[in-house]
Design a protein around this ligand. Structure first.
Ligand SMILES: NC(=O)c1ccc(NCc2ccccc2N2CCOCC2)nc1
Length: 245
């Protein structure tokens, strides 16, 4: 059971993961819980202000400490011991290995920033880890939080139907995915590779591994350390590359 507390000004956004697909079913099955805490509910002023002008000037506004800190405190009360993760461009780059390190956590609190960011003292006082989903700037931390929730939910037992499919997930193998096909057998004259119609499961396994290795070598060679490939993998990659010549 993965229990996630999210501190966000836009709780409605998280219906994207709680009401749809694999993550929506995980919520229904009680394998995933997402509860949002809105800093605006912890403001003391009539205008429910959560931002203010930046010291030192410059464009935009900065999220104030007090309302965010109070929302985090409420989340901590509901999720004792949960680490607080801040999604930001300054964070550690999230990859599948990073997902694996986070997956064992039963409880997490995710902090989604808006405006130009959050007062640095909030990060010093409350944040345990900063993570980034990639080197690009978004309008808020909500989509990165949902990316992390989805990736972590898939690692929870029973969330993804066929457990095998998670292990075979590309990146779970450290490789890109092999090509997938389904009916009809021919589309605009393009047919399905006959090996996939052969029923020969060993041949199909080898073909898929060859495709994964070849595509990874061609598109993301840095993901492959040839010295760590098995003899079979080396042979399949060579065969793929020969066929490409
Ligand atoms: N790569 C990521 O994981 C990622 C995460 C969040 C994010 N944005 C929210 C945010 C969070 C923290 C600091 C600044 C900001 N931004 C607020 C809007 O202005 C730009 C800076 N963007 C990209």
């Amino acid at each position: 059971m993965l229990n996630v507390g999210v501190v966000t000004l836009f709780p409605e956004m998280f219906r994207a993961v709680t009401e749809h697909g694999v993550t929506g079913r995980a919520v229904d099955a009680g394998r995933l819980a997402i509860q949002c805490w809105n800093p605006r509910d912890y403001t003391q002023d009539r205008h429910r202000n959560v931002d203010d002008s930046p010291y030192g000037g410059g464009p935009g506004m900065v999220m104030q400490v007090a309302p965010v800190r109070a929302a985090i405190a409420a989340a901590r009360a509901a999720l004792p011991g949960a680490p607080v993760i801040y999604l930001s461009p300054q964070g550690r780059r999230l990859d599948q290995a990073g997902v694996e390190t986070l997956a064992p956590a039963a409880r997490l609190i995710l902090l989604a920033g808006r405006y130009e960011g959050i007062d640095e003292r909030l990060i010093e006082l409350e944040v345990d880890a900063e993570w980034s989903i990639g080197d690009y700037v978004l309008s808020g931390g909500e989509l990165p939080a949902m990316v992390m929730i989805d990736a972590l939910a898939r690692r929870q037992p029973g969330v993804v139907g066929d457990a095998g499919s998670v292990d075979a997930d590309s990146f779970a193998t450290g490789l890109l995915d092999y090509p997938h096909y389904t009916r009809p057998e021919s589309i605009d004259g393009r047919t399905v590779p006959e090996v996939l119609l052969s029923g020969d499961h060993e041949r199909i396994r080898r073909w898929r591994l060859k495709q994964a290795l070849g595509r990874t070598w061609q598109r993301r060679p840095e993901l492959i350390d040839r010295s760590r490939l098995s003899a079979e993998e080396q042979a399949l990659l060579d065969e793929f590359l020969r066929e490409q010549e």
